[in-house]
Write a protein that binds this ligand. Structure first.
Ligand code: FES
Length: 139
């Protein structure tokens, strides 16, 4: 039913666990199966993904997919990471049964959610810095 790679990734994920100091955290879920994925990213000042980790409360295919997605985006720029699709994940994992394809889609969506969160946090920081600069100028 599952490829050797899926089973191996499920049993020995390389990127499992929460990340301290993550500056992009995305959470996605699938209402039908109830699975939830959380992606943690550490993105440097040049917009390169230094590190990616995940926590998945879900099936074997979901865990293997997110783990592989983390490997796929590490060292990439944000733009490059956003181009990673579930097809890329599947190419490396081997086929998933048709009813498990959505697990790989969830991995792709978790990347987008984490990047979105990164941009939101950056915007907040930028506004804070602008406000502080304006206040300092007014004094
Ligand atoms: Fe839903 Fe795998 S069964 S994510």
């Amino acid at each position: 039913m599952y490829s050797k790679t899926v089973i191996e990734r499920f049993q020995n994920p390389r990127n499992a666990g929460a990340m301290k100091g993550a500056n992009g955290i995305g959470e996605v879920g699938n209402a039908a199966c109830g699975d939830i994925m959380k992606m943690y990213l550490k993105i440097d000042d040049n917009g390169v993904i230094e590190s990616a980790k995940f926590k998945t409360f879900g099936c074997c295919a979901a865990i293997a997919s997110t783990d592989m997605a983390c490997d796929l985006i590490k060292g990439k720029t944000i733009d490059e990471a956003l181009k990673v699709t579930n097809k890329d994940v599947l190419d490396l994992l081997g086929e998933l049964p048709p009813h498990k394809i959505h697990c790989s889609i969830l991995a792709e969506e978790s990347i987008h959610a984490a990047v979105q969160d990164y941009y939101k946090k950056r915007e907040k920081e930028l506004k804070k810095a602008q406000k502080a600069a304006a206040e300092a100028e007014a004094e």
